[in-house]
Ligand binder design. Structure first.
Ligand code: ADP
Length: 244
């Protein structure tokens, strides 16, 4: 299933045009949405996650109209918001079980098996009985991915997931995302180029609510070849080179 966004626009009540005719085609796999703070990434993510409306435009996952059939898409959606809050006094297994119930996994046996498998997958099985309040940022984000994967979603949206992670946790988190992206649309928003360059088969660069470029990373790099240089120089040579 592929995600198709056409001419999506959103202006907030304060007059900010957060999305300005955004069109994107997102195939299964990992898709990077790259842009500076305030570019409109979260607005797009929240709209696709059916949490807010758009002024105009359409978004489809396969034949599902995301904006008009929110209940249909919610059953196929996994979402890790930018600020993923946890109940600090509850254990990992308890909260995941609770969220699984909310997601519709009503059969206790199936639910337990799903929860255990997900905690294993995100490498939190050993700390399943620990309270979430004691989790590190990286552990919390991995827990966030586990809850996003409940119910085998076909569209997974993760909003700035690596902010605040140390380098080791960032790599671990990247590997986890790459692992789930085989037959699912995964959209990862970030302002960090390193998050998308190795990981994403497709990406779009967004700024001021507009898509500036979209495509495969290698093709995008090829398009600017011969126009961008990188060189290591001594500090006293830098000013002269910049002038050229
Ligand atoms: P990003 O996720 O790329 O940082 P956002 O989608 O959060 O960008 O924000 C895009 C623009 O919309 C920013 O200028 C931001 O200040 C503005 N914005 C975001 N949410 C709201 C809101 N609820 N009300 C008014 N303006 C908002």
């Amino acid at each position: 299933m592929q995600l198709t966004v056409r001419n999506l626009s959103k202006r907030y009540a304060n007059g900010v045009q957060a999305l300005d005719h955004v069109s994107l085609t997102v195939p299964p796999g990992m898709f990077g949405l790259l842009g500076p703070n305030g570019a409109g990434k979260s607005t797009l993510m929240r709209t696709l996650a059916t949490l807010q409306s758009a002024d105009e435009g359409t978004a489809h996952l396969g034949d599902i109209d995301i904006l008009r059939e929110p209940d249909r898409i919610r059953g196929l959606l996994g979402y890790l918001p930018q600020d993923f809050g946890v109940y600090p006094k509850v254990t990992a297994v308890e909260l995941l079980d609770h969220l699984a119930r909310l997601k519709g996994l009503v059969d206790a046996k199936t639910r337990r098996a799903t929860v255990d498998a997900l905690l294993e997958r995100v490498n939190l099985a050993a700390v399943r009985k620990q309270k979430l309040g004691g989790f590190s940022g990286g552990m919390r984000q991995r827990f966030g991915i586990a809850q996003a994967l409940l119910g085998n979603p076909k569209l997974v949206i993760v909003d700035e997931p690596t902010a605040g992670l140390d380098p080791e946790e960032r790599v671990r988190f990247h590997n986890l995302l790459a692992d789930i992206a085989s037959d699912v649309v995964v959209i990862l928003s970030t302002h960090i180029v390193g998050d998308v360059e190795d990981l994403c088969s497709h990406l779009a660069v967004i700024d001021k609510g507009r898509v500036l470029v979209a495509g495969e990373p290698a093709a995008l790099v090829a398009a600017v070849r011969g126009r961008i240089w990188r060189k290591v120089v001594a500090k006293h040579e830098a000013a002269a080179l910049k002038g050229q």
